[in-house]
Each structure stands twice: as C-alpha cells, then as structure tokens.
Design a protein. Structure first.
Length: 331
C-alpha cells in the first residue's frame, strides 16, 4: 500500500499542468453508427439499420494523447494517417481539441486506421476495420525520426504506444529509445505482441497479462507465475521498471535490486474495460514526468483505470475527477 498525503497529492496535481508528452504509435479513429432495426433488407436476409446518430472519437495512440490532454498536459501525437476521408475527420478532431498536428504524417500508401462500430437497439452488432498492418516505409520512418529529434529538447516524456499496425518498426523503436536515453528523457512503453523484446533500455515497460503469457509461452495464474514473468521481463529488457497489469488483479511492479510490489485494482464497478490500458500509461507517464516515484505513479494510474472502467465506452480520464476520487477514498 502506498502512503500518500493530501499535501503530496496537491503537489502532484499542480505539477501535471502543461507537461509535454510525445505519444508515438498507431493513431486510430473510432467511428460509431447508432440506430434502430425495424425491418429486414429485401436485398439479403440482413437487418437494416436506420441511423439516428453517428460520431467519431480518437482511438489507439490518439486516445492516449487525448488522455494526456484531459490530465492537463500537452500531448504531441506522432504517427501516420492516410490521405482519405477518415484522415480528414481525424485532423478535424485534432483541431477541435486544440491538439497540435506537426507530428502527424500523411501516408498516401495506407488508409487511416479506423474501427467503425454498428450499434442497433443498444446492441453492438458488427465492427468494420479499415487498416494496414504493413510497416511504414523508410521515408515515413525518417520523417518521424527527424521530427522527434527536432522536438526532443522540449519534451518531458515519450510514450511508445504499439498496437501492431505498422508505425513502430524495430528500427524506429531503436532510434527513439537511443534518442530518449541520450537526452535523459523519460520513455514508457505499452507493447503489443510483435516487437515485444525490441523495447530494451526504456524507463517503464507495461504489458498486460495476455501479452506476457503469449510472448513468454506460459500461463500466469499464481503469484509465483506473476513474479517469475515480471523478473524475466526485467532481465530480458534491461528496463528500469516493469509494470505487469493484471486486470482485476491490479498491478505488479518490478524493479532491479528491489522486491516486487502489488497494487490491488481500484475499480468499484466495471461497466467497460475499453481504454483502461490507455488510461494507465497516460496517467503513469504524466505522474512520472512531474517527479512522482514509480509507486506514486502506479497508485494514481490504478485509480485512473478504476474511474474509466466505471464508464461506458472509451472515455479519457479527467484530472479533477482523478484527484477527487483519490482524496475521497483516503479520507
């Protein structure tokens, strides 16, 4: 259990403001079509959705950037969109939220990664994915590398947000980590299955249970399994910290030359776990950028995940709501 005072919480809360965090990874757009089904199509035995509402939200690494914004920081999203209608919608959302777009590269050879959900009578009936999983070409990779090299001195931290959609290539990962370490910039990672062991020498590596099980080829059931997996990742990746997120099991924190620590989940009710991982990496990175130690940062991130899991849909964590929740809980 982390012992944190109201005074310390207030210090951290104030320090969140205007921290500049680059979010590098797979930018996505989430689309929603809501409506009712009242008849079957005469063209085929399928329902006809009469659309009552349609809207778009940030997804993937863009949702992480949005979380940084809602926590009081200044996000710098770095990634790729296509030269298409969804790319235009994505750009308009950035402008609407006043998020800078200098790190967004338009790649004419790939679509904007978009996940469109069809919801009829409050039931999610189908999702349509438009994406390319191919790695970006060397020209696009160079553009991203140059942008980060020119921006690095203004940053308080970097998040590498990987969904295996092709933006974070092994060579780009290596370039970014080398650059961050050279400049002594905090760098945190939310990995997926591919490139898992490319993220060596980072500050924080934050996989979930499923990703770790798949990559290590083992099942994580017992406390001993958790300890073994965390220590193996710590040794293999040579990172400062490994945070193994365990869903309802909370978070296990590993660091060199210290005992692992466990933090139970703070979710009071779970309506939807969508986006919880994005919230954890965003809150964790913001807290570390303010000077919080790893346990204070995990403490806040755990609460943040608990808050968003109580909401329906993918929603960002608001700074005021996060700290109000923590203060209320420790009284």
């Amino acid at each position: 259990m982390v012992d944190i005072s109201n005074k310390r919480l207030d210090e951290l809360k104030k320090s969140f403001d205007r921290k500049r965090i680059a979010v590098v990874g797979d930018m996505m757009l989430d689309g929603y079509y809501w409506g009712d089904v009242k008849r079957i199509s005469p063209e085929a035995p399928v329902p006809v959705l009469e659309v009552e509402d349609e809207f778009f939200r940030f997804g993937g690494a863009a949702n992480v950037a949005y979380n940084i914004l809602s926590l009081g920081g200044i996000p710098i999203p770095v990634g790729v969109i296509g030269n298409d209608t969804f790319g235009n919608i994505f750009s308009s959302l950035l402008k609407e939220k006043n998020i800078e777009d200098r790190g967004i590269v338009i790649d004419t050879e790939r679509p904007t990664t978009t996940k469109t959900r069809i919801i009829a009578d409050n039931q999610h009936i189908v999702r349509i994915d438009k994406e390319s999983k191919a790695y970006i070409n060397s020209k696009i990779e160079d553009m991203i590398s140059i942008f980060l090299a020119n921006t690095i001195d203004s940053l308080d931290g970097i998040i590498l947000q990987d969904y295996n959609k092709g933006i974070l290539t092994p060579s780009l990962i290596s370039k970014i980590i080398t650059l961050a370490n050279k400049k002594n910039i905090l760098i945190t990672v939310d990995p997926k299955f591919d490139n898992f062991f490319e993220y060596k020498n980072v500050t924080v590596f934050k996989p979930n249970r499923k990703e770790t099980e798949t990559v290590l080829g083992t099942r994580i059931k017992s406390d001993n399994d958790i300890s073994s997996a965390g220590k193996k990742l710590l040794e293999e990746l040579n990172c400062t910290y490994v945070l193994l997120t365990l869903g309802e099991g909370g978070i296990a924190v590993f660091e060199k030359n210290d005992k692992e620590k466990r933090m139970p989940t703070k979710a009071r009710k779970v309506a939807d776990v969508s986006g919880a991982g994005d919230t954890v990496i965003s809150t964790l990175t913001m807290a570390l950028a303010t000077g919080a130690n790893i346990y204070e940062a995990c403490y806040l991130a755990n609460y943040a995940a608990g808050v968003v899991c109580g909401e329906v849909g993918i929603v960002p964590i608001e700074k005021e709501k996060l700290f109000e929740t923590v203060v209320k809980d420790i009284k």
